[in-house]
Design a protein around this ligand. Structure first.
Ligand SMILES: Cc1cc2nc3c(=O)[nH]c(=O)nc-3n(C[C@H](O)[C@H](O)[C@H](O)COP(=O)(O)O)c2cc1C
Length: 490
């Protein structure tokens, strides 16, 4: 007997509890039906009748819905709305049925949802059930878009404010990280300029596999927001991390992202100068002074600004992460080169100095390699000199950006030191990181998370620990609000 789209039936009946109530069974029985794609024989006439009472036309043999009830009242038809639009990509995992719930709840926020399903997703739920809930055509085949003569897949990718992937399978994550475009879903993920949220769901071993974790890091690095997964019992019966976040969590994240996207373009026409990474100060031909900065935070800020339509110049010391898309990149090594590149990039409306600039450099770097001769007992003496203070110089420049922001890594007396730095450097805001006294452990440097306090001349705000990409978005949102005020005053 062919598989029944139990998820679609549940949705059409009004939820899992309705099916439980109808059949007099518990939640685990319903989970079983979903996994097996089957219902007990005694349940068939009951389900068929209940659906017909709700206005559906149902094939009694296959239990597939052949016609949908007319929408009478309540939620407006999505196509009539003028609001935000989301492309909901459904991947091939057991959690695909939850995408139906996500689509309903997104529409409760007045959002138009258009469904896209992978081939594998159609093994779990049908395009018809997603179309029924979204009141939109659901797309699944790259080559059968009726509008393909007009490049329909590109249009789909562009005419959306946000792309949400529910569930993001291990395979979808891998293909997206690799930049593959081998079906409609991955082509859209590659072609879209809208922000992307992924909600992964998979077996805990698949999740913790180094390949998946590497793909996750790549996706995050590129600004894709990843929600969950959470720890719990997964569909395959194993306990561990891999269970998809609940529809509520996904919808909340999507709505928050849309709110940010609405302000996208708020910085269009503005120029932001961002510094990132460490500087490397040569001692001789092979040795140098540097630090552990990975460039993750500065690069994330540059990417977040670029997503909001800002023209971004990113001046970075040597790092091992890719250049963010859509920014003008200037690669430097030393503090002096960084300062020169920053000055050359002016005028700018905003400057964000995230780079960990080495405070000192060798007064006279040796041209060759300082030789260690046999019998040398004393170590050579290296005279150091102070590097230019880029943050202070930009703050006092004749073409000073309207908003100058610095980062301060402090090991102790965070607030006092950061406030003093704000005053001494003449910048507008300082984001103070508490780095561990033993910062070589990579507490902040190189880590994906960061915890800062935002210090201005008259306030201090402690931000919770968050991903560097999230911190970048939060900071940019703050800049948008502030620039609005600055512009209104002028
Ligand atoms: C019953 C069943 C359940 C599956 N559940 C998941 C899952 O939860 N997460 C996942 O990453 N893959 C899961 N898979 C494997 C995917 O379906 C498979 O990798 C598929 O190629 C994914 O295609 P897609 O990424 O294009 O949707 C499952 C496979 C089967 C047969």
């Amino acid at each position: 007997m062919s598989r029944i789209d139990v998820a679609a039936l549940i949705t059409a009946l009004g939820g899992r509890e309705s099916l439980q109530h109808l059949l007099g069974v518990g939640p685990s029985a319903v989970s079983n039906y979903l996994t097996k794609g089957a219902l007990p024989n005694r349940a068939r006439p009951l389900v068929c009748q209940a659906l017909q009472e709700r206005g559906y036309q149902v094939d009694p043999q296959s239990l597939s819905i052949t016609a949908l009830p007319l929408v009478k009242s309540g939620r407006p038809q999505a196509r009539e709305r003028q609001g935000a639009a989301i492309l909901l990509i459904v991947g091939g995992g057991i959690a695909a049925y939850k995408a139906l719930e996500v689509s309903r709840r997104l529409q409760d926020h007045g959002i138009k949802v258009t469904g896209v399903m992978t081939k594998a997703a159609q093994q779990f739920i049908t395009p018809l059930s997603l179309s029924a809930l979204t009141a939109q055509k659901t797309y699944s085949d790259l080559f059968s878009l009726t509008e393909e003569a007009e490049m329909g897949h590109i249009r789909l990718a562009r005419e959306t404010d946000l792309v949400v992937v529910v569930p993001a399978t291990a395979s979808l994550m891998a293909r997206t990280a690799q930049g593959l475009a081998d079906d409609l879903a991955t082509t859209l993920l590659l072609a879209t300029k809208a922000p992307i949220i992924m909600a992964p769901a998979m077996n805990p071993a698949m999740w913790s596999n180094a390949a998946t974790q590497a793909n996750l890091a790549t996706l995050r690095q590129r600004g894709i927001e990843v929600i969950g997964p959470v720890t719990g019992e997964t569909a395959c019966g194993e306990e561990g991390k891999g269970r998809m976040s609940g529809p509520d969590t996904i919808v909340t994240a999507a709505v928050a992202k849309l709110a940010q996207t609405v302000s996208a373009g708020a910085l269009t026409g503005k120029h932001a100068l961002v510094t990132s990474g460490p500087t490397v100060e040569p001692l001789d031909a092979v040795r140098f002074i540097s630090n552990h900065s990975s460039g993750r935070q500065g690069h994330a800020i540059a990417a977040a600004l670029a997503r909001r339509g800002t023209r971004v110049t990113l001046v970075s010391g040597p790092v091992n992460i890719p250049d963010p898309p859509g920014v003008a990149m200037i690669h430097v090594r030393t503090a002096e080169q960084m300062l020169a590149a920053c000055k050359a990039a002016l005028p700018a409306d905003i400057a964000i100095c995230t780079a960990a600039v080495a405070d000192w450099r060798a007064q006279k770097p040796v041209k060759g390699k300082i030789k260690k001769l046999p019998g040398d007992t004393a170590a050579p003496t290296i005279s150091l000199t102070k590097n230019p203070d880029i943050l202070a110089q930009l703050s006092s420049h004749s073409q000073r950006p309207k908003l100058v922001i610095g980062f301060a890594a402090e090991t102790d007396n965070l607030q006092a030191n950061a406030s003093e730095k704000l005053r001494r450097k003449g910048c507008d805001w300082i984001l103070a990181n508490a780095v561990s006294p033993d910062s070589s452990d990579g507490t902040v440097f190189g880590n994906e998370h960061n915890k800062v306090s935002l210090i201005t001349s008259d306030e201090k705000e402690d931000w919770p620990m968050m991903l560097k990409t999230e911190l970048a978005d939060k900071l940019v949102q703050r800049i948008i609000n502030t620039i609005g005020v600055v512009n209104a005053k002028n």
